[in-house]
Design a protein around this ligand. Structure first.
Ligand SMILES: [Mn+2]
Length: 302
C-alpha cells in the first residue's frame, strides 16, 4: 500500500520489491528492468521447492548494497519494476506453459523496450519464454546461453515433453545453444549435442582446468542472446538449494567474468533464472542468486 504522506517519515521496513525499491524506483512505466516472478513447479524429479524461489530471491535482494563496486555505479537508478507472482493453471503442464507464453507476450508488449528477467520456478518455464523470443525476432537467429549442470536435451522425461529435463530439447531445432557448466547428461544427449552444429557444450571439467573456454564461449554467441540461468550451474558448496545439486560446479567470479563479456559483445534480449529451491535458514544461496541478477542488470546497462 501507499503510506500516507503524513506517515512517510516513520521507519517502515523496505517494500517487498526487488532490492526493496520504493514506488517511484519500481514504477513499471518508468522502469528499464522488469522482474517477472513465475513460481511454477510441477515436474520436479528429485528435491522440490522451486515454487518458493522467486519469493526468496526478492526477500534477500532487499539486503543487497545498491552501489555496484565493480562497475562504480548504481544500476537500480534505471528503475526496476517487480511484478506480482504469476499464477499458472494446475490443469496440466501443457496448459500451464500455454498460459505462461501468452502472459509473457503481454508483459513484453506492455514494456517493449524493457529488460525482462523471469524468476523460476522450475526450468520448464524457459521453453515458452525462449519460443516467444524466437517468434519476435522473425528470421534473426537467437543464441540461448544456458548456464546449467544438465543439458536438458531429453526428448521427454517422466512421460512429458514439458519437463525441466527436456526444456532445451523443445527449442533445440529453432535456436543455437551454448551450454556452460554441464557435468551430467545421458549418452543420447551427448550424441545429440555432438551431432549438431548449433549446439555447443562447455563441460565443467574443461572450465576448471582450462583458460580458453571464456573466449570460446563468447566466440560461439550470435548477436541476439537469451540467457537461461539454472542455478545448479554453480557448485553445490555455493548453491546447495536446488533440485539436483551436482558436484564440480562453477564458482562466482568465473561466472561474472563470462557474463560481463557476454553483455559487452551481444545484445542480451532477456534472462530467466530458475531452479532455486530455498532451504529454510540457509540464506547465502538466495542472496547469491539475487546478487547475480543485480550484476546482470549492471552489465546490461553499463
Ligand atoms: Mn539443471
Amino acid at each position: 500500500m501507499m503510506v500516507p504522506e503524513s506517515l512517510r517519515d516513520l521507519d517502515w521496513e523496505l517494500p517487498h520489491t526487488f532490492l526493496g525499491l520504493d514506488e517511484s524506483a519500481s514504477d513499471f512505466g518508468a522502469a528499464g528492468v522488469v522482474i517477472l516472478p513465475v513460481p511454477y513447479e510441477s515436474t520436479t524429479s528429485y528435491g522440490g521447492g522451486t515454487s518458493a524461489g522467486p519469493r526468496a530471491i526478492l526477500e534477500s535482494s532487499r539486503y543487497i548494497e545498491l552501489y555496484d563496486q565493480e562497475l562504480g555505479s548504481e544500476p537500480w537508478e534505471l528503475g526496476i519494476a517487480t511484478l506480482p507472482q504469476l499464477q499458472l493453471t494446475g490443469a496440466g503442464a501443457g496448459a500451464a506453459m500455454g498460459e505462461l507464453r501468452s502472459a509473457y507476450d503481454r508483459v513484453l508488449a506492455a514494456g517493449p523496450d524493457k529488460f525482462v528477467i523471469a524468476l523460476g520456478g522450475e526450468h520448464s518455464i524457459s521453453g515458452p519464454l525462449i519460443q516467444s523470443w524466437v517468434d519476435r525476432l522473425g528470421g534473426e537467429r537467437l543464441t540461448v546461453l544456458q548456464f546449467d549442470a544438465h543439458t536438458d536435451l531429453r526428448p521427454k522425461y517422466e512421460g512429458t515433453r514439458h519437463s525441466h529435463a527436456s526444456v532445451m530439447h523443445q527449442v533445440h531445432e529453432s535456436v543455437d545453444i551454448v551450454a556452460v557448466g554441464i557435468r551430467s547428461l545421458t549418452s543420447d544427449e551427448a550424441r545429440l549435442a555432438e551431432g549438431r552444429d548449433n549446439i555447443r557444450v562447455f563441460y565443467a571439467d574443461d572450465i576448471h582446468t582450462g583458460e580458453e573456454w571464456l573466449d570460446e564461449v563468447v566466440g560461439a554467441l550470435g548477436d541476439n542472446v537469451y540467457i537461461t540461468f539454472d542455478v545448479d550451474c554453480f557448485d553445490p558448496s555455493l548453491v546447495p538449494s536446488t533440485g539436483t545439486p551436482e558436484p564440480g560446479g562453477l564458482s562466482w567470479y568465473p561466472v561474472l567474468r563470462l557474463l560481463r563479456r557476454v553483455f559487452e559483445v551481444s545484445t542480451v534480449r532477456a534472462v530467466d533464472v530458475v531452479e532455486l529451491a530455498p532451504v529454510p535458514g540457509l540464506h547465502a544461496p538466495d542472496f547469491l542468486v539475487a546478487k547475480l541478477i543485480y550484476k546482470m542488470i549492471g552489465y546490461r546497462f553499463r
